[in-house]
Design a protein around this ligand. Structure first.
Ligand code: ATP
Ligand code: MG
Length: 208
């Protein structure tokens, strides 16, 4: 049975933490491919706070272009309104009948999911298995699972994945650009060049 990983995110911008997570998940879980899905409008963020989706899509494309196992989907970018993961997974579930799907996230997202904070959390977990990649600063411990608001049968569909830790966030990258600090070796070279070319993350630039 084919196995596909789906990695959703705002990717504002995509960085090496995202790429290592996806590649390590692919390797450890024996995935045939990983599809990156940049969102249009993250439900919990003000649209004005997020960079134009086309810029984020293109940076994600540039960052993943040389990996034969990576693809980028326009599924959320082309769908108006808030980008709910459950809607996306319904589409992928129908498109990839008979394929085992894995939704890849960092531990910070899993904390939210265990608290039932994502739209239709239990349906999400029915649609596919979840991968919780370790992320510096967001340890997952026994209590997080015990105190979870979601049903026990759903919790079992979340699998922890130890990955080489990279303490990088898009927030930090944006802050660095704004303050003239280097981002080389934190994002792929093509992404760094794209940020410079389009003058992203400077005050008042690049937002939708
Ligand atoms: P921001 O700081 O803007 O929230 P971010 O770095 O958290 O950005 P997102 O686009 O929000 O990036 O994250 C997309 C997915 O990648 C999430 O599931 C998140 O947990 C995961 N992720 C992001 N950075 C890392 C990292 N350094 N290690 C492991 N997982 C990560
Ligand atoms: Mg984040």
């Amino acid at each position: 049975m084919a196995r596909i990983g789906i990695m959703g995110g705002t990717f504002d911008p995509i960085h090496l933490g995202h790429l290592v997570t996806a590649e390590e998940a692919r390797w450890q879980l024996g995935l045939d491919r990983v599809i990156f899905v940049p969102n249009r409008h993250p439900p919990h963020k003000d649209p004005g706070e997020v960079t134009d989706p086309e810029h984020r899509f293109r940076m994600t494309f540039l960052a993943t272009a040389t990996n034969p196992y990576f693809d980028v989907s326009r599924e959320e970018i082309d769908r108006p309104g808030p980008s709910y993961t459950v809607d996306t997974l319904r589409v992928f579930r129908a498109r990839f009948a008979g394929v085992q799907l894995f939704y890849i996230t960092g531990a910070d997202a899993i904390h939210q999911i265990l608290r039932g904070e994502w739209h239709r959390t239990e349906e999400l977990l029915r649609l596919c298995e979840f991968i919780a990649a370790s992320r510096p600063g967001y340890a997952l411990n026994h209590e997080d699972w015990q105190n979870s608001r979601i049903g026990r049968e759903y919790r079992h569909r979340i699998h922890v994945l130890e990955i080489p830790a990279l303490a990088i966030s898009s927030t930090e990258i944006r802050w660095r650009v704004r303050n003239g600090k280097p981002i080389r070796y934190l994002v792929p070279e093509a992404v760094e060049q794209y940020i410079v070319k389009h003058n992203l993350y400077r005050e008042g630039e690049g937002t939708a």
